[in-house]
Design a protein around this ligand. Structure first.
Ligand SMILES: Cc1cc2nc3c(=O)[nH]c(=O)nc-3n(C[C@H](O)[C@H](O)[C@H](O)COP(=O)(O)OP(=O)(O)OC[C@H]3O[C@@H](n4cnc5c(N)ncnc54)[C@H](O)[C@@H]3O)c2cc1C
Length: 265
C-alpha cells in the first residue's frame, strides 16, 4: 500500500484539482485498512471536478489485484475500460462495443452506469462485487438500481470486481460495431476534459442548447467551452477549478442545465 500527498489534477482527465492523501491499495486486506477512516474512491477521474482546495478524506485508488482481469471470470474494478473493450474484441467476445471510447475504470463505469446510445455498462454485467461495511458482497445487477448514468450502490460501497456477460461472436462483426460507435464519437474534443458537463434535458441536447446560445469558445482563464462540442469544457493548459466553476455558472445563468459531473469535496 502506498500513501502519498498528491495533487488530484494529476489524477483527473480534466487536469484540475487540489491536494489529497492518495491511498493506492493492491490487495483486499489493504482495502479494508484504507477504509478505516473517511474516504472517497477514485476511478480514472474522468467524471470529476475536484476543487482547488483539494479533498480532506483519504482518496482510495485501486491497483494490484484490482487491475487483473479474466474476461470469462472476474475483472478487477481498477482495470481500464478501453483496455477491456479492445481485449474482448481480440478474444471474439461481444458485449462491450457500445462502451468504446469511454475513459473510465470498470468501477467508475459501474458506479456511473457509463454508456452511449449503443449500450451501457449495466447491460454487460452478470455480477458485481462491492466492498462495504467491512466486507465483500456479491450482487446481481438487478439489485443495484441501475438507471440512466446512475446506480444505487450501498452507502460507501466500493466496486472491487465484476463478472461480465459476453457472447462469442465473429471478430469482424465486433470490429464493425466498434467502428460504428467510433464514428458516432468523432465530434468529441481531444483536449483535456471530463466528458459531458451537463445532463441532457429530456428530449433535448445540452450541447445543442449551449451552441444555440453562442456560448462555444467562452473562456475563463484556461477553461473554455469547446469549439467542437458545446457540452464539453476543455482545459487549455493551466485551468483551475474556480475557472471551470465560473464557466459552469455563466452557462447556468443562461440555461437551466443540471451538472453531470461529481464535484469533490
Ligand atoms: C473524453 C471523455 C468522454 C466521455 N464519454 C462518456 C460517454 O460516452 N458515456 C459516459 O457515460 N461517460 C462518458 N464520460 C464520463 C466518464 O468517463 C464516465 O462517467 C465514467 O463512468 C467515469 O469513470 P471513472 O473511472 O473515470 O470514475 P471517476 O470519475 O474517477 O469517479 C466517478 C464516480 O465513480 C466513483 N467510483 C470510481 N471508482 C469506483 C469504484 N471502484 N467503486 C465505487 N465507486 C467508484 C467515484 O467515487 C465517483 O463517485 C467521458 C469522459 C471523458 C473525459
Amino acid at each position: 500500500m502506498r500513501v502519498e500527498r498528491v495533487l488530484l489534477k494529476d489524477y483527473t482527465t480534466l487536469g484540475v484539482g487540489g491536494p489529497a492523501e492518495l491511498w493506492t491499495v493492491e490487495t483486499r486486506e489493504e482495502l479494508k485498512r484504507a477504509t478505516e477512516a473517511p474516504y472517497r474512491v477514485l476511478g480514472n477521474g474522468s467524471n470529476l471536478l475536484v476543487l482547488d482546495e483539494g479533498v480532506p478524506e483519504r482518496v482510495i485508488r485501486l491497483a494490484g489485484e484490482f487491475r487483473t482481469y479474466d474476461l470469462k471470470g472476474w475483472v478487477g474494478a481498477g482495470t481500464l475500460l478501453p483496455l477491456l473493450v479492445q481485449e474482448a474484441a481480440r478474444a471474439g467476445l461481444s458485449g462491450l462495443e457500445g462502451l468504446l471510447g469511454i475513459p473510465a475504470q470498470v468501477g467508475g463505469a459501474v458506479k456511473m452506469n457509463a454508456g452511449t446510445r449503443f449500450g451501457e455498462m449495466a447491460d454487460a454485467l452478470e455480477a458485481v462485487e462491492v466492498f462495504h461495511d467491512g466486507a465483500f458482497h456479491v450482487y446481481c445487477p438487478e439489485e443495484l438500481g441501475f438507471g440512466y448514468r446512475k446506480s444505487h450502490l450501498p452507502p460507501g460501497g466500493i466496486v472491487t470486481r465484476v463478472r461480465l456477460k459476453l457472447k462469442e461472436r465473429p471478430k469482424e462483426e465486433i470490429l464493425r460495431r466498434m467502428a460504428e460507435v467510433d464514428r458516432a464519437r468523432k465530434g468529441q474534443p481531444k483536449r483535456k476534459s471530463a466528458g459531458c458537463v451537463f445532463k441532457n434535458p429530456p428530449g433535448q441536447s445540452a450541447g445543442r442548447l449551449i451552441d444555440e446560445r453562442g456560448l462555444k469558445g467562452l473562456r475563463v482563464g484556461d477553461a473554455m467551452i469547446s469549439l467542437e462540442h458545446g457540452n464539453f469544457i476543455v482545459n487549455l493548459g493551466q485551468a483551475r477549478a474556480k475557472d471551470v466553476l465560473e464557466l459552469v455558472r455563466r452557462v447556468q445563468e443562461e440555461l437551466p442545465l443540471e451538472l453531470e459531473w461529481e464535484v469533490w469535496p
